[in-house]
Structures are given as C-alpha cells and as structure tokens.
Design a binder for this molecule. Structure first.
Ligand SMILES: Nc1ncnc2c1ncn2[C@@H]1O[C@H](COP(=O)(O)OP(=O)(O)OP(=O)(O)O)[C@@H](O)[C@H]1O
Ligand SMILES: [Mg+2]
Length: 384
C-alpha cells in the first residue's frame, strides 16, 4: 500500500508562540516522502508542538505546512492526509480489536471491511487477537492496534508522539524494531517524536535534534553521532569527552593542536571551528574510540596516535563493556568504554594509564560554547 508522491512534509518558517513564550522558533524542515524521521530532544523543547502543527491540532503563529504540493496550513485536522498515534493509544475499550481497527473505515461508510482489517492486523501481527478486547492485550499489542487503526485510513504521513513511552524498556526495544519493519513495509512517511536518543537512532533514517524550540542539527544517525556540530548534540547523542586546545599548526590534511603540554592531531575536515593559528578549539572524542594502556606498557602504544595520560578513578563492569572514568590534567572526568575482550586487571581505580586513539576519530568544535550543553538535560530526563 505504498502511496504515490505527495508524502513529503515541508515546514517553512513555522513557529509557535504562547503569549511572550516561544515554544517553536521559525523552523524550516523537509521530511522526504517515505522516510522515517525522528524529532529528538529533551522535555519541553517543542517536539509535540511541532508535530501538532503538522497534524493541524495547533495553529502556527507563522509559516506554512505543505504536504506534497498541497498547502494544508489552513485545513482542519480531519481534512489532512495525516494520522497521529499518541502515547496513550486511547483504544475504544468496548470494541474488540477488529472493530477498533475497522473504525476509520466504518466512519467513512465503508461496509465490507473484512479484507482490509485482516491485512492490517496481519501487518501488525495481531491476526490471532482480532476478537479480544483492548484490556486483554499487552501494552505493546495495544500500541500495535493503535498503529493499525491509524494506518487503515491510508494517511500519507503517520505522526507518532512518544508512542512507546508507556512501555518497559525491553518491550520498547522490540516495538522499535517492529515499528521500523511496519514503516518499511507500508513505505509511508513516519514522523516520530521521542526524547530517547537510542530510540531515534535505532528507528530513523534522519534525526532532527531539537533544542529550545529549534533544530540544532539534522542528519543520519551515524553522521550526527560521528560528526556532531555542537556540544549539545555531542552530549545529547551519547557521551563525548572534550579537551580545550589551541591550534598550533597544520600538516597536510591535519591540524596540530596544543593541549596542556602535549600535542593532539585533528583532521582539518572534522573541525567546524575556525582554524587560525592560536585559535581555541574544543577537541572531542567518543568514549568507545579510546584505548587504555597501563602506564608501565606505554612503550607498546603505536606511533601516530593521540595520547594523553591520566589516572583511573572509577570503573564499572556492565557486561559487554567496562566503563572507566579517568582523571587527566586535560579533562577531569574522561570517559572510556572498553569492550570486554581481554581485560587488563591492573586497570583498577588508582592505576596510571595512557589514553590513546586514532586521530581520525577526533572532532573539533568551536570553543565558545558550553562544554556541558545537552548533558545535564539527559540526566534530568533519566530522573523524570
Ligand atoms: N498550550 C500551551 N500554552 C502555553 N505553553 C505551552 C502550551 N503547550 C506547550 N507549551 C510550552 O511549549 C514548550 C514546548 O512544549 P512541547 O509540548 O512541544 O514540548 P515537548 O518537546 O513535546 O516536551 P515533552 O518531551 O515533555 O513532551 C513547553 O515549554 C511547554 O510548556
Ligand atoms: Mg511532547
């Protein structure tokens, strides 16, 4: 049931203000037809508001919403080729699963619904449950009913607002893959709102990271992760380590940087900051890119790697990996994740170590920003 063209969502200069408060700053965004698009951001950053403006449930303060070639800004929700699935799936409790899914067809006066409902239930793998009532299903099954109920209307775009928010972690993971499979099968545009970075990265082709009412960065998950354009994105998507450094020179494709009394190498192409000699740069490196070697074995580290020294202050064994916190003169809580293949038992708190990594895994950001941006918000979310 792939739709024809026209499932592009294009937002142009769209914004929303409540009194003097701006929930969404003027935003330009194109979601290509057939893509799985995630709006990711901390609580209150404007995700739901953006989604509701696409659905027509919220009137924009400025700007236009286009679906394909159609300007839908002035259309009421029910006239837009869009359906929404919310966190509370609000199934009809007195109707069985079959009738819940058939609802949209019956409302349009369609009498022979059996084939279509059957196909929809097969799509979400609930064919066997058709005659059960919603309360007889698990949370994940109910969520799939909600998806089937929305998809049976053949929307061009399906909007999902934290649809997995009520599920426990394991079921959430399962449903992420399930939703991704359904999207691939039906081929329509999904716009998925979440504050869970792993969820966004697992499911979406393209992720827009929102921060305080605007899109901070947009891209494919791996690209955002490997090439964050700001400390906010670097911290919000996973964990990053930052070292303050100064541009000392250039050698071929690389910048050489002075950090403390040491030297680091950064590919010039991976630096989004100005690179004039003497300029300040925040050097970033992800925890899993770093190797740890006990200081006694420092001689065995190959040449050409970036290296700094430090002392282990904490180590947590979490099964697939061990996560270390290292105190270094350049950064007081450097995080290093080591896969548990061959563990060096000397790497315990108090051990003197060398941290080293391939310079290609280094990125450089403008130093005039908050190193902690985005990090605290993740913790707030986790606590909430
Ligand atoms: N009707 C309203 N009147 C006033 N302020 C509002 C209204 N609706 C939303 N806001 C504010 O706009 C901001 C964005 O809200 P929105 O619901 O879009 O956030 P969100 O990113 O979806 O957050 P969450 O992850 O918590 O759902 C918030 O600060 C919120 O308090
Ligand atoms: Mg919301």
């Amino acid at each position: 049931m792939t739709t024809e063209n026209g499932g592009d969502v294009r937002l142009a200069g769209i914004s929303k203000t409540y009194g003097s408060f701006t929930a969404v700053k003027p935003l330009d965004l194109t979601v290509p037809q057939g893509s799985f698009f995630a709006l990711l951001g901390a609580s209150g950053c404007g995700k739901t508001t953006t989604l509701r403006m696409i659905a027509g449930l919220e009137e924009p303060s400025s700007g236009t919403v286009m679906l394909g070639d159609q300007d839908v800004t002035a259309l009421p929700p029910y006239k837009r080729p869009v359906n929404t699935v919310f966190q509370s799936y609000a199934l009809f409790p007195h109707l069985d699963i079959f009738e819940n899914v058939a609802f949209g067809l019956r409302r349009r006066g369609i009498k022979s619904v059996k084939k279509q409902v059957g196909e929809m239930l097969d799509l979400v793998q609930l064919g066997e449950q058709a005659r059960k009532k919603p309360h007889q299903l698990s949370g994940g099954q109910q969520q799939r009913v909600a998806v089937a109920r929305a998809l049976i209307n053949h929307p061009k775009v399906l909007l999902l607002d934290e649809p997995l928010g009520a599920l426990d972690l394991k079921l959430r993971r399962q449903m992420q893959l399930e939703l991704k499979r359904i999207q691939t099968e039906v081929g329509i545009t999904f716009v998925h709102v979440t504050h869970d970075q792993e969820e966004a990265m697992t499911m979406a082709d393209t992720v827009a990271v929102m921060n305080a009412g605007r899109v901070e960065q947009l891209g494919a998950p791996a690209d955002l992760y490997e090439n964050p354009g700001s400390t906010f994105v670097a911290n919000f998507l996973g964990t990053s380590n930052f070292i303050e450094a100064e541009v000392a020179g250039r050698s071929g494709e690389d910048l050489t940087l002075k950090a403390g009394d040491g030297k680091l190498v950064l590919p010039a192409a991976r630096c989004t900051a100005a690179t004039a000699i003497g300029g300040k740069v925040l050097v970033g490196v992800r925890p899993e890119k770093i190797s740890l070697t006990h200081a006694d074995d420092a001689g065995s580290i190959p040449d050409g790697r970036n290296r700094i020294t430090g002392r282990v202050v904490d180590s947590s064994f979490i099964g697939v990996s061990t996560q270390y916190v290292i105190d270094s003169p350049l950064c007081d809580a450097f995080e290093v994740y080591s896969q548990n293949i061959e563990r060096d038992s000397r790497l315990a708190p108090g051990a003197e170590v060398v941290l080293h990594w391939n310079p290609a895994h280094t990125f450089g950001l403008d130093a005039a920003q908050d190193i902690e941006a985005g990090a605290a918000k993740v913790e707030e979310d986790a606590a909430a």
